[in-house]
Write a new protein. Structure first.
Length: 595
């Protein structure tokens, strides 16, 4: 159905009453014309990164073909022209967000570096013991970890604004937590994990009344609606180019001029100095004070081209299209049996985060099965682990929408999810052994003489399987045979952290042995259960010393796991291996016994 859609059907479905022609827009994005697994690409991972229009690709290529030179320092024609184009991009950005002056626009590598810059430069100078930093419970890790680091260095304390069951900020708690001790309020404009649009104007105004400064994480917002930093009154505003149809590796920090003048520089080196002697260095004025070294020149030029493109389409028209898609997408996904939306705020942006609960299907499995149909969504905790903890889940599947997405694509997503639910409903549910059952004692035996021998046997099996698709299916089959972990073992103490899927692991010293490790583990995701079964073959039933002496990296490469697993899955696999090695260490230390 998806592959045979007619041209007339596409136009009738995708051209809105205001003449917003999605098909015309899609034509300008080369990657949208490719196939994935033999299916037309349906790209719904825009909160992670947006695709790039041809004009951005052309701008980057043109720079390297005709303008490539270092900027600010050269007197030759290429350098002067490259400098002109780079600084022209800064002016475009200032106009795009209505900054008062181009000096308030700092180029960074992205939102993450922008926030780190503020935490390091503003935080180190102005925070002291007893001061408080106010964050929200829905923040991306990039707007949590830098503040934790600077709080540890300065003695400041972090306070957290809670969220309600809809994923909205508890504004009553915000007002209670906001005091004269609050020096920084750092909140997201549009949540990447929930889609919540926060009342940033109210937050900024109230914070200023208490004498606090405010940083807004605008990474998700800027591509969807107008941003006016002067109207907002924000002291700092951060965003990334790659979520605005621009290149990766380029971002922006807007900051009020008076704050930039008062802040020490972020890094030292070329371009951020006025003069240098071995006795003393004086710094350049903002923005160059915060831009040490050769910058991401083509990134800045590419971002300028992306802003031109967005302006040519029109942010108001993009915003209206996004509102229609979100409303339509919400209605269609709620028709899927057993689907629960995570994030139902009354004011939301183009994010649809969900879990499938009946039958329960892990977000990783959802993402894998959708990928087989050509649909790209994001799975995991979305760098928002506190949000997942708040909703008592380990992860979600997230479809995030952009100007080139269509109602027809949403129909295909919903239909695919219904097929997945129907298929999984026909499978017999995994029987989880109750506490004290005989299954609790079915510990895996020894599969090979040593971990190295086990790895070699696995490699031989994988060689026979050939391509990664066959190996993936084999891992899933291994996982289907994995003994479920008893209910009594599914505790927080036994949870393996670092995995985007839910993983629990218990271990013991084999009864009657001196130092043999045995372990059981389980996950809510099929592929992860397969990886657990693989690790059992390598490690379970082996002496603890042999477990610690075995280096798994060569095995992971030999099996293709380092190449074909996503970064999140590789991190989860590494987390499980680390936990197994920790249990082996406990045996050698005499802290783990048979049970």
């Amino acid at each position: 159905m998806h592959e045979t859609r007619s041209h007339s059907a596409k136009i009738s479905a995708q051209t809105g009453p205001d003449g917003f022609d999605v098909e015309s827009i899609r034509e300008q994005f080369p990657i949208l014309h490719r196939t994935v697994h033999g299916k037309p690409l349906v790209y719904m991972d825009n909160a992670a990164t947006t695709q790039k229009p041809q004009v951005v690709i052309d701008a980057i290529r043109r720079y390297y073909e005709h303008e490539n030179a270092n900027i600010h320092r050269g007197v030759h024609a290429l350098s002067q022209h490259a400098t002109e184009e780079y600084e022209k991009a800064r002016k475009k950005i200032a106009h795009f967000i209505n900054a008062a002056d181009t000096r308030e626009i700092i180029f960074t590598r992205g939102t993450t570096e922008s926030i780190n810059l503020v935490a390091a430069c503003w935080g180190r100078k102005f925070l002291k013991p007893g001061d408080e930093i106010l964050l929200s419970a829905m923040e991306h890790h990039s707007n949590i970890v830098p503040w934790q680091m600077i709080a540890e260095q300065t003695g400041a304390q972090i306070r957290v604004i809670p969220i309600n069951d809809r994923g909205e900020l508890r504004m009553d708690e915000f007002h209670r937590l906001l005091t004269e001790k609050t020096k920084m309020v750092a909140v997201v404009h549009l949540s990447n994990s929930l889609g919540t649009v926060n009342p940033v104007v109210e937050i900024i105004n109230r914070a200023h009344e208490k004498g606090a400064v405010v940083l807004i994480d605008g990474a998700q917002w800027v591509a969807h609606a107008t941003t006016d930093v002067q109207a907002l009154g924000a002291d700092f505003y951060a965003f990334s180019g790659h979520k605005l149809y621009g290149p990766t590796g380029i971002g922006v920090l807007y900051a009020k001029a008076k704050l930039l003048e008062a802040m020490p520089p972020y890094q030292g080196g070329g371009d951020m100095i006025a003069s240098v002697t071995f006795e003393r260095t004086t710094y350049a004025m903002p923005p160059h004070k915060f831009e040490a070294g050769t910058p991401h020149i083509e990134g800045g030029i590419g971002l300028g081209a992306a802003i031109d493109f967005v302006n040519s389409v029109g942010l108001e028209r993009i915003a209206e299209h996004a509102r229609e898609l979100l409303k339509y997408g919400t209605e269609k996904l709620l028709e899927v049996p057993g689907l629960r939306l995570i994030g139902t705020a009354r004011n939301r942006g183009s994010v649809l985060s969900f879990v499938l609960e009946d039958p329960p299907i892990s977000s990783l499995d959802i993402g894998t099965m959708l990928d087989g149909r050509g649909i790209a969504v994001r799975t995991g905790h979305h760098c928002c682990q506190p949000v997942m903890d708040r909703f008592s889940i380990s992860s979600t599947a997230r479809a995030s929408l952009a100007m080139y997405n269509t109602k027809e694509e949403i129909d295909f997503l919903a239909a695919s999810l219904m097929e997945i639910v129907k298929s999984e409903s026909t499978k017999a549910p995994r029987a989880i052994p109750a506490a004290g059952s005989s299954a609790e004692e079915q510990w895996p035996g020894t599969w090979a003489a040593t971990p190295k021998a086990a790895a070699e046997k696995l490699a031989e099996e994988f060689d026979l399987l050939g391509d990664w698709e066959s190996r993936h299916d084999y891992l899933v089959e291994l996982g289907e045979k994995l003994l479920p972990l008893p209910t009594s073992a599914r505790t927080e103490a036994n949870r393996v952290r670092g995995c985007m899927s839910l993983v629990h692991l218990i271990a013991r010293k084999r009864p009657g042995s001196e130092d043999v490790l045995e372990f059981l583990a389980d996950s809510d995701a099929q592929i992860v259960r397969g990886l657990i079964a693989l690790l059992q073959r390598v490690y379970s039933g082996q002496p603890a010393r042999a477990v610690l002496d075995f280096d798994p990296q060569a095995m992971l490469k030999r099996l293709g796991l380092d190449e074909h697993l996503s970064m999140g899955r590789r991190n989860g696999l590494a987390g499980m291996i680390q936990r197994i090695r920790h249990e082996a260490s406990k045996i050698l230390a005499g802290d783990l016994h048979g049970k």
